[in-house]
Design a protein around this ligand. Structure first.
Ligand code: SAM
Length: 105
């Protein structure tokens, strides 16, 4: 689901953060939550498979936690968002993510 710029501007601030940086995927999860879940279920050096990758939050979480990851997504637009987020994460310091997403666990 995409939302327009006008719809985005009308969202409460806490919802806007889930659409930040051009990520208009409708069910984007908090990164800190997905990082915790990856740590919870994935063995050391394991691989996280997300067959419904959406905008790639789970893949990004797996990457941040040092796991291998594989994503499958049928929508080209979401694939591009996921690729961009994972690529950007390799150039950003981890602390920046924790500050913007918060640390849940
Ligand atoms: C709830 S979202 C996934 C959220 C994602 N797991 C995350 O970490 O944020 C579900 C996604 O599954 C995708 N999807 C639905 N059916 C699919 C299929 N048969 N193959 C691949 N992707 C599919 C949808 O396009 C949608 O982006």
């Amino acid at each position: 689901m995409k939302i327009s710029k006008e719809q985005y501007d009308r969202l409460p601030k806490n919802l806007q953060e889930y659409f930040y940086k051009g990520n208009f995927h409708c069910t984007c999860k908090p990164l800190a939550l997905m990082r915790y879940l990856c740590r919870l279920v994935c063995p050391p050096n394991g691989t996280v498979l997300d067959p419904f990758a959406g905008s790639g939050t789970t893949l990004l979480a797996a990457q941040k936690e040092g796991f291998n990851f594989i994503g499958i997504e049928k929508e080209q637009e979401y694939c591009e968002i996921a690729r961009r987020r994972v690529a950007q994460a390799t150039t950003q310091r981890d602390v920046e993510t924790e500050v913007s997403e918060g640390t849940l666990f």
